[in-house]
Design a protein around this ligand. Structure first.
Ligand SMILES: [Zn+2]
Length: 609
């Protein structure tokens, strides 16, 4: 594919072509100039099993989502696949979006909207869960599900399906994860059969939301998301599923969207939010797989455009729509909708996008963005329920509440279990010189540094306390770098080593690097002062503000938001581990982080006088 390669971006291309020719080649022959480019190689992800989390919030979400998935009957999971191709389909119907109804009328928007659409995501989440826990019961379930699914592969599934590309994309994800994490020896054979069967029912190229491409079908058949599928196709190619997946990835790149973005033109207005942020992950994979500079630029520019229209929580896309730059829409949404941010799907796409961008650029602001979204949206989502009740929208209305979606088993029931597995791979990254600590979550990580077994334990009550402690274990003394993300709000931070302050002040919005010879017992203490600050919903509404403490948005627990001043908000006092209080002219105002809210009415934004 003939990509434009501006000279000014040559540095990036060196790293990209190094990646493309393969990391297997020994570095010893590289001349110094090229070895320098090595520092520009993308950071590597850790394996799921290299990181363990000791955080209740994160572990509970994983346990809850995965007990739901493990409890689903295999006949129920296979039922819509079997029904859609005319096979006998015993077992209970899961209902909700998962249900198949040949006479489904989309105007009712009721049960039957997207039969079997979450199957591939659930297989993927189970495979990742096995990578974390090593629990044989999970592995056996994945192997059984893939074999049962393989008996249902038929063109009729795609013909009778509103979302052939969406379903195919999730099935690809489930199968490549089954191959990689479960070692399913049949996964790529099943993937080949799936691809051969699906392709005649997919469009020739990426078709944008709302375009008619299948004759004789109603409007709901134009809501498929073929413009998002390149990412998993490129991943299939990278993981050895075959050359055809590289070609398919290129075929489905949505350049109608990426071309203007790469030139800095904002084409967000009116586009479906989650799927178009998810599509940016395909642009990042086009960069990582093909070395396409244009697609990296598209994703970087789009991230900036998204930052300019996000809420203080990190969420975006009220009523599932991206908005024109500088419009009134985001501020208006605080009164005219409760569907503020499609949380599990949006967080899943956002974490992937920022993970790719952080790995490629090493820019700490992508880590800041992940952290903001994690604490203020998905980590506070209501738990997935065995009957399919799912948390879908975060509500930033002045009269907000946490509620379950009206529909059972919606799209977000597919992504929430995947998000729950992936906190591990968001927390730490590495390069040949050492490790990057991106998120501050009680955890441990282990790796081998130039032949030395090393592990790092992280302890803290962050973000409810400002100090994070690390303890090193190394099989022998070993030199390497530890890089700590210093959030952009953390003015006046410091790092101490074995009780002695070694770095202060730290530069907010960067990674602070400590390179030395490490030994067992070394203690690092990172202090990140939790700055209180106000963030307006946009520059036109400077008096409509959210209160933040470090990475946390503090939500006002009230049914009638009172009149307050900026000064009163900024003087909020911590009254408990996860409680704050603001004194107002009338009554004290109770403030909570999203993770501490249950059913109380709240307001994300307050209007200051
Ligand atoms: Zn969703």
């Amino acid at each position: 594919m003939p990509f434009q390669l501006p000279i000014s971006r040559r540095k990036f291309m060196q790293s990209a072509s190094l990646l493309t020719v393969g990391l297997a080649a020994s570095r010893s022959w590289l001349p110094d100039a090229l070895a320098a480019a090595h520092t520009r190689l993308p950071l590597q992800e850790f394996n799921y099993s290299d990181v363990s989390l000791a955080s209740n919030f994160h572990n509970k979400q994983l346990e809850e989502t995965h007990s739901v998935l493990m409890g689903l009957s295999e006949d129920s999971l296979l039922k819509p696949f079997r029904q859609m191709i005319g096979q006998r389909a015993p077992g209970d119907d899961l209902g909700g979006w998962y249900h198949y109804d040949p006479n489904y009328d989309w105007h009712s928007f009721d049960a039957g909207f997207a039969p079997a659409a979450t199957f591939g995501q659930w297989v993927s989440a189970l495979a990742r869960s096995y990578a974390i826990t090593g629990d044989r019961k999970i592995r056996d379930k994945v192997l059984r599900l893939n074999r049962l699914y393989a008996q249902t592969i038929s063109g009729d599934f795609y013909e009778n399906n509103r979302f052939p590309a969406y379903c195919y994309d999730k099935l690809v994800c489930g199968l490549i994860d089954s191959h990689r994490f479960v070692g399913d020896p049949d996964a790529y054979g099943i993937l080949e059969h799936t691809t051969d069967t699906a392709l005649p029912h997919l469009p020739e190229k990426a078709v944008e939301h709302g375009r008619d491409w299948r004759p004789g079908k109603d409007e709901s058949y134009t809501w498929d998301e073929s413009y998002t599928i390149a990412e998993n196709l490129f991943l299939a190619y990278q993981r050895g599923a075959g050359e055809r997946y590289r070609a398919l990835g290129i075929r489905f790149l949505d350049d109608e969207y990426f071309d203007p973005l790469s030139e800095g033109r904002n084409v967000f207005a009116g586009r479906h939010a989650y799927s178009h942020v998810n599509a940016l992950c395909s642009a990042m994979q086009a960069y990582l797989t093909l070395g396409s500079e244009k697609h990296l630029l598209a994703a970087q520019n789009a991230f900036d455009m998204l930052e300019a229209q996000r809420f203080a929580t990190g969420g975006w896309g009220p009523d599932e729509m991206l908005r024109a730059p500088d419009s009134e829409d985001v501020a208006s949404s605080l009164t005219n909708t409760h569907n503020s941010f499609e949380t599990p799907c949006g967080a899943y796409a956002h974490f992937k996008l920022t993970r790719y961008l952080l790995r490629v650029t090493r820019d700490a602001r992508y880590g800041d963005s992940m952290e903001r979204m994690m604490y203020n949206t998905i980590l506070g989502a209501k738990p997935l329920q065995p009957d399919g009740r799912t948390f879908y929208y975060s509500d930033y209305n002045f009269q907000g509440r946490k509620v379950y979606c009206d529909h059972r088993w919606p799209c977000c029931s597919g992504t929430q279990p995947q998000v729950a597995t992936d906190y591990r791979i968001n927390t730490y990254f590495r390069d040949p010189r050492g490790v990057y600590v991106n998120l501050y979550i009680p955890s441990s990580v282990r790796w081998t540094q130039e032949g030395t077994a090393v592990s790092l334990i992280q302890k803290s009550s962050y973000p409810f306390e400002s100090v994070v402690q690390f303890e090193m274990t190394a099989a022998r003394r070993q030199e390497f770098a530890l890089n700590f993300r210093i959030p952009s709000w953390a003015e006046g931070g410091s790092i101490s080593l074995n009780g002695k302050r070694i770095m202060a002040p730290l530069i907010p919005g960067s990674f602070a690097t400590v390179r030395r010879e490490w030994k067992t017992g070394d203690q690092i203490e990172l202090a990140l002062p939790m700055t209180m600050r106000l963030e307006p919903v946009d520059h036109r509404h400077p008096k409509t503000v959210a209160l933040l403490c470090g990475p946390l948005v503090l939500f006002a627990i009230t049914s009638t938001p009172p009149v307050v001043t900026s000064r009163q908000l900024l003087a909020a006092k911590k009254t408990g581990n996860q409680n704050w209080q603001v004194e107002t002219a009338t009554a004290p105002l109770h403030m909570l982080p999203f993770t501490a809210i249950s059913d109380e009415q709240y307001s994300t934004y307050l209007v200051v006088s």
